[in-house]
Design a protein around this ligand. Structure first.
Ligand code: HEC
Length: 127
């Protein structure tokens, strides 16, 4: 019984830790919006390779300002569509200076279509 209540206490502490202070401090978007949800998906699946501020290269290019760049990447492709394609079909367009295939390739099956929509909404805030 004591163990169980300790476990519950731990879980409650962990959950409140996630919802509260620590994550909020680094996140600036409302988590109840599509873009805010996208920011969370981004932290889980993308942040290991992409910075979103400055022009620091982690593995991939920084995505600071990507909403603007996205509109000019492929002729005839709107920014949102370009972003969606770069997640699902990363080799359709390869950013100059990076190797084709260096971006993770399996997001079409790893992410739900909702998650991709949220990500696109989030990336569109990176102006
Ligand atoms: C294993 C590292 C890695 C992961 C994980 C990764 N990327 Fe990338 N990404 C790259 C690399 C490398 C490039 C540049 C090469 C290319 O264009 O394919 C890139 C390119 C991009 C571009 C094109 C940027 C531009 O300026 O045109 C976008 C957008 C992008 N990634 C979004 C994402 C998103 C969203 C996720 C998470 C779902 C993600 N990436 C996960 C490595 C990664």
């Amino acid at each position: 019984m004591r163990r169980l209540s300790l476990f519950i206490l731990g879980t409650v502490l962990m959950l409140s830790g996630c919802g509260g202070g620590e994550k909020k401090a680094e996140s600036h978007l409302d988590p109840n919006t599509d873009a805010g949800r996208g920011e969370q998906v981004f932290k889980t699946h993308c942040a290991a390779c992409h910075a979103v501020k400055g022009d620091r290269v982690v593995v991939g290019p920084s995505l600071a300002g990507v909403a603007k760049r996205a509109a000019t990447r492929v002729e005839g492709l709107a920014a949102e569509d370009y972003l969606r394609e770069s997640i699902i079909y990363p080799n359709d367009y390869t950013v100059e200076g990076f190797a084709e295939g260096a971006m993770q390739q399996n997001f079409a099956t790893q992410l739900t279509s909702d998650e991709v929509n949220y990500l696109v909404a989030y990336l569109m805030t990176l102006k």
